[in-house]
Design a protein around this ligand. Structure first.
Ligand SMILES: *Cc1c(COP(=O)(O)O)cnc(C)c1O
Length: 231
């Protein structure tokens, strides 16, 4: 077995165990392989080994690998910072844009999807740590924003995504995951047009088990599957 296949197998096992610990079935939590800086062959290995989703965080890299057929047979998500002028390269190509961080971006995606006659699924990224350097909706902004989704008829908001602050110890990150789950539940309890709170995407290689324990149902794992990235 290749190291990628072995890693996927062991991560899937840990995902399943964390799901059960949180009172859910293993298949309720999806494993998204964060594929940045890994070529098409390595992406295909991860897919063959059974990851549920591929997640790319740069549009150019996604486009190149897409043309090479890297993601065939696997749902594709966009998980990186997205500029408005790159929206046209993603709409209709990715199942989910996880990292929508402002209202203007929603407007641009809606326009593009409408012109293509389709509906684009998105998650709203939340700046759960209130970090200056990070984009995303502030937690209290969500409650003001979600009622406005009715105006975007070619978008479905399917949930929330977060990248909490870097913490030295895993236990320090847990409160951020817990706060995200609370936002997910509170905002999901209200009924807004074009919104259904189905997915909570949080947790990476260092902390995905904690994220699942706190309610994540998509985890995004890069290093744990592909090994360290060399920039
Ligand atoms: C790279 C990346 C990940 C995965 O990070 P690892 O620590 O390598 O698991 C998750 N989410 C996003 C948005 C990323 O860019």
């Amino acid at each position: 077995m290749s190291s990628i296949a072995e890693n996927v197998k062991s991560i899937k096992q840990r995902v399943a165990e964390a799901a059960v610990r949180s009172g859910r079935a293993p298949e309720d939590v999806r494993l998204c392989a964060a594929t940045k800086m890994n070529d098409a062959a390595r992406v295909r290995e991860a897919i063959a080994a059974g990851v549920d989703i591929c997640g790319e965080n740069r549009v150019q890299e996604l486009t190149e690998k897409y043309e090479q057929g890297a993601y065939e047979g696997c749902p594709l998500h966009f998980i990186g910072h997205l500029q408005k002028n790159k929206v046209k390269y993603l709409v209709g190509k990715v199942q989910l844009i996880e990292s929508v961080d402002c209202l203007e971006l929603l407007e641009t995606i809606d326009k593009r999807a409408k012109s293509m006659g389709l509906v684009q699924n998105v998650l709203l990224e939340v700046n759960i740590g209130g970090e200056e350097a990070k984009s995303g909706f502030a937690p209290d902004e969500l409650a003001r924003c979600l009622p406005q989704m009715g105006q975007f008829s070619s978008i479905r908001v399917r949930g929330l995504m977060a990248i909490p602050p870097i913490c030295e110890k895993t236990e320090e990150i847990r409160p951020y995951f817990r706060a995200m789950k609370q936002l997910f539940v509170d905002n999901g309890a209200k009924k807004y047009d074009n919104v259904s709170m189905d997915f909570l995407s949080m947790g990476m290689s260092a902390d995905f088990e904690t994220a699942i324990e706190e309610g994540a149902n998509i985890v995004r794992v890069g290093t744990g599957i592909f090994g360290a990235r060399h920039y």
